[in-house]
Design a protein around this ligand. Sequence first.
Ligand SMILES: *Cc1c(COP(=O)(O)O)cnc(C)c1O
Length: 462
Amino acid sequence: MSVELHLLYSQLPAIDRLLREPDVAPLVAEYGPVLLTDTLRQMQVEAREYISQFHSLADWCSDWPMALKQRLHNRQSALKPVFNLSGTVLHTNLGRAPLAESAIAAVNDAMRGAVTLEYSLSGAGRGHRDRAIADLLCELTGAEDACIVNNNAAAVFLMLTVMAAEKQVVVSRGELVEIGGAFRIPDVMRQAGCELVEVGTTNRTHLKDYRQAINEHTGLLMKVHTSNYSIEGFTASVAEAQLAILGNEFSIPTATDLGSGSLVDMTRYGLPAEPMPQQLIAAGIDLVTFSGDKLLGGPQAGIILGKKRWIEQLQQHPLKRVLRADKMTLAALDATLRLYQQPDRLTELLPTMRLLTRPTQVIAESAQRVLVALTPRYGTDFTLAAEPCWSQIGSGSLPVDRLASWAVTFAPKEGGGSALEALTARWRGLAKPVIGRVADGRLWLDLRCLEDEAALLRELAR
Ligand SMILES: *Cc1c(COP(=O)(O)O)cnc(C)c1O
């Protein structure tokens, strides 16, 4: 090693000396000695790498205590709260449904101490953990029984395993959905040990296609809600009621993976129609699966509704033990479902419904105020405007069903894409990051999901 390099390395301070410095010692109390030492070690490694690469000291090496403080401060928790101004209400990457206050309170109580998770206060013996919520779901949907697991993918997997392992499952070619995140119906079938039998064509499938596919190996007739895309034009698909009749004729069970699925008629609130689990139960489908954190507006969960004899088999299968939901999920789900007992108050009490039904006029007025408030701060470098735009429901609702909304847009006066990139990067680095959407050479902040305008202005005015 050259003398010059050796000199640079020797300027790096020793960790135990740093820990005793007056600016660093108070940090030990705040962050603990382990994290502090680990962070300093990591900084040492980086400083050495910098020297070996550039033959000079990194800028931050001039003030180690300051650099350390900054690092500790910027340490991000894994789940950092952000402003979702992406225009997608149920954004999978941003955690989907925000929970209702009553659900948050219920989770709090469940976290804090003992709860009757698998304990009956009537002394009637140990029930299974889904019992009370299953009763509530039956009341709301007319189903005979219900089973709850960690997410809808798990629900589909459990259902296929119990109903049709080592058997054939008949599905329309038009419904071989990929949900994203490696959830593809054909792959899940294979994992569950089922043999997929595709019938019909991409755009048209008829009842006779299912009928012709039935043989002694058939274990299940299945429908999958084509939630995140739509096939339009010359199309045909088989209604659940018809499929249920066909299943009954051959004593073969039927199931639908609904994905989203709403317990209330969305059109009642002026929203695009979405299939309801209770309609499919009424149509005679044996089992229906859907998510807890999509349109239902609750925690991540998979809900399976349907015939008692099938639900009992699901509950008793070893896989149910693997996939069962925890007490926090069940507490949140229970409180969320209770809101559906007062459908008139859903748009007030259930955040998902409140955001989806937010009047366009209210969003437009908010956009005007945000525009006025942010123009002094950003107007030099960007042209700001309040613009009408379209929000999406998200999470496997039809992308063509969009909701009229308003955005504040930022068009760079100079620098084009790189100026936009710099702005989005800066906003990602805020104490509470602001997540917008880039389109047409502008950054769009769709204000549909902005309920706390003052908090956004505090963050962006800095
Ligand atoms: C979203 C979706 C799933 C997966 O549900 P998760 O709750 O994300 O596991 C499965 N099937 C369909 C049709 C979906 O829309």
